[in-house]
Design a protein. Sequence first.
Length: 247
Amino acid sequence: MRTATSISIIMTMQIDQTQPSAALLRLMTWLSPAFPVGAYTYSHGLEWAVESGLINSGDTLSSWLESVLHDGSGRLDADLFCAAWTAVEADDLAAFLTVAETAQAARSTAELALESSAQGAAFLLTVTAVWPEPRLTAWQAALTARQVTATSPVAVALAAAIAGIDLRAALAAFLHAFVANLISAGVRLVPLGQTDGQRAMALLENQIHGAVEAALKRDMCSFGSATPMVDWASMKHENQYTRLFRS
């Protein structure tokens, strides 16, 4: 029988890279819709885009999300994820804090800022409670001392790097979860059938792969986003009369 001490030791160990399934299971847990970050409450401006008629089918949903992935928050979050993971891997706390501060400031609307920061905070709260690790706790304390809230990409990158999870795999899983959550919102809002939602997910698989590879090659000088319609939809959503989502 395992003692409480042995269980604690097992929980705090880094993932053994000789067991790739361990990394896969950890990623599946962290980025599952069941993980308590409240992702299902955010639509990233989709709610207003649907009400205004900009999105009314599976095709228009896929096209909108492709833009978000390559030119909007998907691109920005992928870049921030890479920078944060790289800083943690190099044990460069100063660089990590710079990335975290940049990520906190790099949001074009109040709701998009809430969407990312609230999920990031909830993610770290759960990870540190369930998978306690001294280094993760220390770096989270450094964020608190600087009065910085880790956004979603920064929080997941921090945990993934400390757990020894490969950057490419972690980023692909993060972007997949981001897109899947928005497709789920679109299925409920348009509304679409579940098959249409899965068709949209299938269409975006190669786009996710491309976004990952592009992010791995960019440096911080190229960080940014350019999706004014998504930003406009988010701002309009702040005053939308009836709302199901927080963003």
